[in-house]
Design a protein around this ligand. Structure first.
Ligand code: PEP
Ligand code: MG
Length: 594
């Protein structure tokens, strides 16, 4: 078979070689079959085997989630086990097999539909969540019944593999078993989609934006996935294999060089100290932080606690997770961002309205303010964890003064509540906001007087400033964080922060782009918060730059009027200074977004 080369967008660095495991979301295909009397017992036995295999599968996932995310997160699987034994589901299916002589999968589907119909009018969120659980368990069981019977079932690699999917939601990504999934290839997604961000965080090389991926890559085919260049080589030739083994050695050598910097500060050659912190999503990433040498956590995307577990984490779970993060980086700070739910981050355990434009809709601080019970629980947990001394709090997607005032008033109320209960919290707790909405940039002077710090979220600031959906493949070429409008917004925000005497950082993906580094330093950001996997590389570059050069470069680049010219200037200076290093570069969108 001849080698096939497919170009996608490399969104998480690293080179891996492995078998493809193709995962397509299927419609359930279940057909009724009338059984002969003498087939009923065999069908019942087949059904019982499927139930037992499903039970073992649920227990396996539950153990993994418990290990990665803690006991509370694994509770959902306890519920799945109960559903599996529910007489309304499996009991009813047994009855339909033995009395109505229906085939097992159809009997199960019928039992599921009966339950769904009976409870379809119930609006209660908890109940609706149980219906989702029912669907989940039912699908698993039907899969088991069908694959147990099929002689033609495709073999699925059980060892390490490259996952190939049309799309993967952030919650699915959060549940990836990274001991087995060594790489990810998807059709949908973009550089700043949350799934891509998550892959970078957990160090899984990934490529997105591969058209018709499910047709191009077949189950079990051997692939080389080069997350650095975005290239996929399907069934590679021996010479390509050799070439990539050499490339892997080059990267491994570079990695060793980066490892030497773990305990070194991110200080420029002319003595300017930059805070270089890490963005984290999952508590498991905490283990890797000491190795990358981060100055703390600049962005803890707390909503992933919810997304990974699919159920809302309670106060105690959140408290323990926040405290764990605080202790992991102590005495350096951890900035916990309150839930940024909505948009593409919609956990199964919560109901979201159907919206035509979810990113412009019920998202982030808007959701928190509308769900006081949830918001209160989270703020209590953060405040309680703040006694560790290094916790800071941040609100996402703030768009103006009134919204921020409401959030801050709510925070004061929760503080008073803890005081009344004599529960301690840190009186010095610092509070900040993400600046990621253009209106926040324009009223940054007012906002800066209300908080202790700003952290600029260029992922959203780019999409909202340029009116380009960050997840929409069709307009991906228009998504340019180096657009002058975005850069001028950053400059306005930094200036407002300076006037108010507060510090300002940047935690969008732009902070991890080597080509943007001189510009960001020159703009005067106090802190950059990046994916842990990219942090050592950025530190190496900071240590080789002079602040004076960064300022001169920035003055020149800020006078350019279009994204292509700015990108070209950034690329050129990077090539000139660091062209010999095997750096990871986010794929630059090609376009004419002037
Ligand atoms: C951002 O928008 O830049 C950001 C850091 O937040 P998120 O990617 O989680 O939306
Ligand atoms: Mg954001």
């Amino acid at each position: 078979m001849r080698e096939q080369r497919i170009q996608g967008i490399g969104v998480s660095p690293g080179i891996v070689i492995g078998e493809a495991r193709v995962h397509a979301r299927r419609r359930l295909m279940v057909r009724p079959r009338a059984l002969a009397v003498d087939q009923v017992d065999a069908e019942l036995r087949h059904f019982e085997r499927a139930v037992e295999k499903s039970r073992r599968g649920i227990l396996r996932v539950s153990t993994q989630v418990r290990r990665r995310l803690g006991a509370d997160s694994a509770n959902i699987f306890e519920a799945h086990l109960l559903i599996l034994d529910d007489p309304m589901l499996t009991g009813r299916a047994r009855e339909l097999i033995s009395k109505e002589k229906l085939n097992a999968d159809f009997a199960l589907l019928t039992a599921m539909s009966e339950i769904q119909r009976a409870f379809s009018d119930v609006k209660d969120e908890f109940f609706r969540q149980r219906l989702d659980d029912l669907e989940d368990v039912g699908r698993r069981l039907i899969d088991q019944i069908q694959s147990g019977r099929s002689h033609k079932a495709r073999s699925q690699p059980t060892g390490p593999h490259i996952l190939v999917a049309d799309d993967l939601s952030p919650s699915e990504a959060a549940c990836l078993d990274t001991t087995r999934v060594i790489g990810l290839i998807t059709e949908k997604g973009s550089q700043t989609s949350h799934t891509a961000i998550l892959c970078r965080s957990v160090g899984v090389p990934a490529i997105v934006g591969v058209e018709n991926v499910l047709e191009q890559i077949k189950q079990g085919e051997v692939c080389i996935l080069d997350g650095n260049s975005g290239l996929i080589l399907v069934e590679p030739d021996p010479s390509t294999m050799l070439e990539y083994s050499q490339l892997r050695r080059v990267f491994a050598g570079f990695q060793l060089e980066l490892d030497q910097l773990t305990h070194e500060p991110a200080t420029t050659l002319d003595g300017h100290r930059v805070e270089l912190s890490a963005n984290i999503e999952l508590p498991t990433e905490l283990e890797h932080l000491p190795k990358v040498g981060a100055d703390g956590i600049g962005l803890f995307r707390s909503e992933y606690l919810f997304l990974a577990a699919e159920t809302m984490p309670g106060e105690e779970t959140q408290f323990r997770e926040y405290r764990k993060a605080a202790r992991a980086v102590h005495p350096r700070r951890v900035i916990i961002r309150t839930f940024d739910l909505g948009g593409d981050k919609q956990p199964g355990g919560m109901q979201f309205p159907h919206e035509a434009n979810p990113f412009l809709g019920w998202r982030a601080i808007r959701v928190s303010l509308d769900r006081p019970a949830m918001f209160r629980t989270q703020l209590r947990a953060i405040l309680r964890a703040s006694v560790e001394g290094n916790v800071q709090l941040m609100f996402p997607m703030v768009s103006g003064v009134v919204e921020l005032r409401r959030a801050l008033d709510f925070l004061e109320m929760v503080k008073a509540e803890l005081d009344a209960e004599r529960l301690p919290w840190n009186r010095e707790l610092k509070t900040g906001i993400m600046v990621e909405v253009p209106s926040a940039v324009l009223v940054a002077d007012e906002l800066a007087r209300m908080v202790d710090f700003f952290s600029i979220g260029t992922n959203d600031l780019t999409q909202y400033t340029l009116a380009v959906d960050r997840n929409n493949h069709t307009v991906a070429h228009l998504y340019r964080s180096l657009h002058p409008a975005v850069l001028r917004s950053i400059r306005l925000t930094v200036e407002a922060a300076r006037r108010a005497g507060i510090w300002v950082g940047l935690c969008g993906e732009l902070a991890g782009d080597p080509a943007a580094l001189m510009l960001l330093l020159g703009l005067g950001l106090d802190e950059l918060s990046v994916s842990p996997v990219l942090l050592p590389e950025i530190k190496l570059l900071v240590r080789a730059l002079r602040m004076e050069d960064c300022r001169t470069f920035t003055d020149r680049v800020m006078s350019l009027g279009d994204a292509d010219s700015i990108q070209a200037a950034c690329d050129e200076v990077l090539r000139g200074q660091f062209g010999d290093l095997p750096l990871w570069r986010p794929a630059a969108p090609q376009g004419d977004n002037s």
